[in-house]
Design a protein. Structure first.
Length: 257
C-alpha cells in the first residue's frame, strides 16, 4: 500500500512521529516503529509543513501522557484505539502487562498487520471495523467485567458530520460500562466541550443552534486521575483539558459515569 491509499491526515501523524527525533529533538519524542513504517511508504517527509508535523508530535505526546497515567493506575487494563490509523502508541506505552486493540478500516488494518515488528506481542491486536459508530466492539466491552478500559479516539472525530459524532456518543453512552475512560481531541471540529463547573457533562453545539449533551460523560481532572483506584472508579469527574500552547488541539479525558 502506498501513501496514496492512506488519508493524508493519517500519513501526517505518522510522519510527525517519525520525524520527531531528528527534526524536533527538544521534544524528546522517539518512535523507532513509526520511523520504520514511514520508510516503507511512498512519500517525501520534506513535503510536509514543519509546523503541522510539530503539532502532530505535540498532540501525540499529550495523549501518550494521559494513556501512561491510565496504565499507571491500571497496569493490567485494556485500551481500545478507534480509527487509530498508522498509530504506534502501543510500542511507546507498553508496560509489559497491558492489553491493546487497534480498530481500523480494512485497508489500514491490513497495512499495519503487514508492517508489525517481526515478533508482535500477543497483547496487541489489530482488528477491522465497519464504521465509527458500529456497536459490535461496544457490546464486546460490555462483557469485559471489571477490567479497567480506556477508549482512545485521537483524531477519529475530526471533520466528521455532526450526525455521526452524535451517534458515536449516544451509542457509547448507552453501552459502555461505568468507569470506562475516553480520550478524545476536541478541535478544530466538532467543537466538543465540557463547560467549567461541577458535575458538568460533555456537550456539542448542533447545526440548528441547540446543544447536544451526554450526561454520562464527565471530564476527569488531574487530581481525579491520580487518586483513582485500579478498578472502575465511582466518584464524579471534573473538567480537565490539556492546553497545547497553540501547537495542538486540546485533549479531553472523560469517564462514563
Amino acid at each position: 500500500m502506498t501513501s496514496a491509499a492512506v488519508p493524508r491526515d493519517v500519513v501526517l501523524s505518522l510522519v510527525g512521529r517519525a520525524a520527531a527525533r531528528s527534526r524536533f529533538p527538544e521534544l524528546g519524542l522517539s518512535d523507532p516503529w513509526a520511523e520504520a513504517m514511514a520508510a516503507t511508504l511512498d512519500l517525501d517527509p520534506a513535503g510536509f509543513d514543519e509546523r503541522a508535523l510539530r503539532t502532530e508530535a505535540v498532540r501525540t505526546m499529550a495523549v501518550d501522557r494521559l494513556v501512561r497515567r491510565f496504565f499507571a493506575r491500571s497496569p493490567h487494563g485494556l485500551a481500545v484505539a478507534l480509527n487509530a490509523g498508522l498509530c504506534t502508541r502501543f510500542s511507546r506505552v507498553d508496560n509489559g502487562t497491558l492489553r491493546w486493540v487497534d480498530l481500523d478500516p480494512p485497508p489500514v488494518a491490513d497495512f499495519k498487520c503487514a508492517h508489525r515488528p517481526s515478533q508482535p506481542s500477543d497483547r496487541h491486536a489489530i482488528a477491522r471495523r465497519c464504521s465509527l459508530a458500529c456497536t459490535g466492539w461496544m457490546d464486546c466491552l460490555r462483557g469485559a467485567g471489571d477490567v479497567p478500559t480506556l477508549v482512545i479516539a485521537e483524531g477519529a472525530l475530526e471533520r466528521q458530520p455532526h450526525a455521526l459524532v452524535d451517534a458515536f456518543f449516544t451509542k457509547t453512552s448507552a453501552r459502555l460500562p461505568r468507569g470506562t475512560e475516553l480520550i478524545v481531541d476536541c478541535e478544530p471540529s466538532p467543537p466538543l466541550r465540557t463547560p467549567p463547573g461541577q458535575r458538568v457533562c460533555l456537550e456539542i453545539p448542533t447545526p440548528d443552534g441547540s446543544v447536544a449533551r451526554y450526561p454520562r460523560l464527565r471530564a476527569i481532572g488531574a487530581d481525579d486521575a491520580a487518586a483513582a483506584p485500579p478498578r472502575p472508579p465511582r466518584e464524579v469527574s471534573r473538567e480537565h483539558r490539556l492546553p497545547r500552547g497553540g501547537e495542538s488541539p486540546s485533549v479531553l479525558h472523560l469517564r462514563f459515569e
